[in-house]
Structures are given as C-alpha cells and as structure tokens.
Design a protein around this ligand. Sequence first.
Ligand code: GLY
Length: 378
Amino acid sequence: MSHTRPSGAQSGYDVVIVGGGVAGLATAWRVARRGLSAAVVDPAPGGGATHASAGMLAPVSEVTYTEEPLLRLGLASLAAWPAFRAELEDETGADLDYRTEGTLEVARSADDMAYLDDLAAFERTLGLRVERLTGRECRSFEPMLAPSVRGGLLARDDAWVNPRKVVRALLTAFEKAGGTLVPERAAGIDAPETGGPSVRLESGDAVAAGRVVVAAGSWSASLLPGLPVRPVKGEILRLRGPRGFLTRCVRGLVHGSPAYLVPRGDGEITLGATSQELGYDMRVTAGGVYELLRDARELVPGITELELTETTVGFRPGTPDNLPLIGPAGPPGVFAATGHGRNGVLLAPITADIIAAFLTGDEVPPVAGFCDPGRFGQ
Ligand code: GLY
C-alpha cells in the first residue's frame, strides 16, 4: 500500500476525500480511475458505519413507500451494482460475497400481511418484481422460518454483499489506480475564496487539493458545520451457523420494529438492527442484544442455537429527509458525499458516479437532484 504521510501543506492532489467508508472509497476509486490524482484521509478505512453494516442492496424494503425519491435513487444505484461489482472483482481478484437470491419479507399477523400487500401493490406500480407467498411457500423457500409465519413477499431483485470485503477491495483498487491513503484523522477544512481548499490533519499537517469531498459519515458535520447530518445509533449482531441455514435475506416486523437476517456464504448471519437517536453512544447494551435476539427468534426460532460471534455499534449518517447529501457543499471547491442513512452500501455506486461527474464536468445523473446538500437552505 502506498501510505503517504504528508508534511506541511501539499498541493499534489486534484481531489482529497475525507472518509474511507464505502461511499468515500467508491468515490475515490472512481475519480482515480478517471485520471485525477486522489488521496483518502482516514486513520482506519472501512472502520465506521460500513464495518457495522449488513450490506443489503434492498432499496424497496429499506425505505417506506412514502419516500419515492429515496426509492428512485436506490433503484438507480441497485442497477449500477452488477457492473460496479464485476469491475471491482476483476480489478482486485476479490470475492465480494455478492448474492442475488432476493429478500423474503414475512408477516406473522393479518395486519402485517395487509401492510405487505399494500407495499406489493406500490412496488408493482414501479414495475418491480414481487411475489406474494403463503406461509407454506415461505417455509418451502426457507425451512428455518417459524411456523407462525403466515405469508410474505419475495423480492427477487434484491441483492446483498459483504461490506467489509467491499471496502478492502475498494482500497486495493484505489491504490492500484494510483490513489494514496493518508492514514490520519482530519481536524477541519479550510476553503478560501481563491487558491483551493485544504484538509487540516490532527497531526498539525495539512493536505491541499483542487477539490475536497467530505465523506465522513455522521462525523461530516464536524468538518462542515451546518451540514444537516446526525448519528443514528445501530446495534447489530453477527452469528455463525451451518452453511445454508438461510439462503435469502429474511425480514419482518416484530413488535413494530424491522428485524433482518442476512446470510453469508460461510455461514455467518448478520442480524440487525436497533435504531436510536443517542448521539455517539458507543455501548452495546444488554437491552439491544436482547431485543435483536428476541425479535429474530420470532422469525427464525433456530437462531438461538447459533454461536454469537460479534456485537457491533455503528452510526448511520441521518438527514432530515432521509436522502443523502451528495454534491457541492457550499465552501468553494468542497463537496459532500454523506447522509446515506440506512443505505450507504447500496448507494455507493451512484454516489461515486455523481461526485465523479461533478469533478470531471461530465453530465450529472438526474437523480442527483434529490441529493443537493443545499436543499435545506443552510
Ligand atoms: N440498512 C440496515 C440498517 O440500517 O439497519
């Protein structure tokens, strides 16, 4: 890896990306591939929200059907994922654990089923493929489901990926494309009217750039005061079971909260997630773990037999309207690529395309209109 520790204010980079999560690294790789010199500033790439994330590429089941712009953005990014994944795997030889068996969203009561039927009707108006299944049909797809599951929807177009493998591959691909990792923490951004912005590092050094992209997740507001992004705490568990314990993503509403189980090829199951507005509370709580296991057991009783291998906290970067902040951020030469909320992994390819288009003067994808960081008038 070509880790560079800059000394003093350097002006060697066309673009400096602050934040090496999935959105920042996807953007960095894209701009490096377009021939721009690029650096990523992050002391621990992939160590933030991406580390906690389950990696669902599920634009419909992750938003409510009243959030149509987010849905359209998610569908645009889902459509970009197959080429993004193929290019990244070809470039690095990595296996991203990209799976396309779809999501099975299950109902345990007549009310839940009525909700899913409404959702299915909406999905069909958008041309999405969704199949209504009986409880028996659900269990024929996923035999570990509880006998109390009375029906569900199969969304065959949903996919998922292992986010930790994605960030490792992105970092490799970025460095292969000539990019530089600056493994330090950013302390601030200086953006004078002329002369180009620079990133101040906690070490006291600075990295100057033609343009700066802030992709620091929920911490982005500390670098760009006034940016409407806040941490939404999520606790998430990882379990280990036999391969094939589940073959699809399984979701359901339990006690009013959405629960999901995401299986990997090696038998790992990611089980999520709590959602709380508690600032940067890093604690995994007994109550959080209890609720996650209790709710998941209602959907898949056999999970209590599996090994609990990890408990993690992450901070989703939330915005007032649940849409991300992607584009010019106000100060000259400074862009935002943050605010992805529950959908960072899904939205990484479209985020990279939007920022790369802004930086290279290409035509910006139309969905970028939903993501203007200035839309709240701050
Ligand atoms: N995307 C799943 C979550 O935020 O919990």
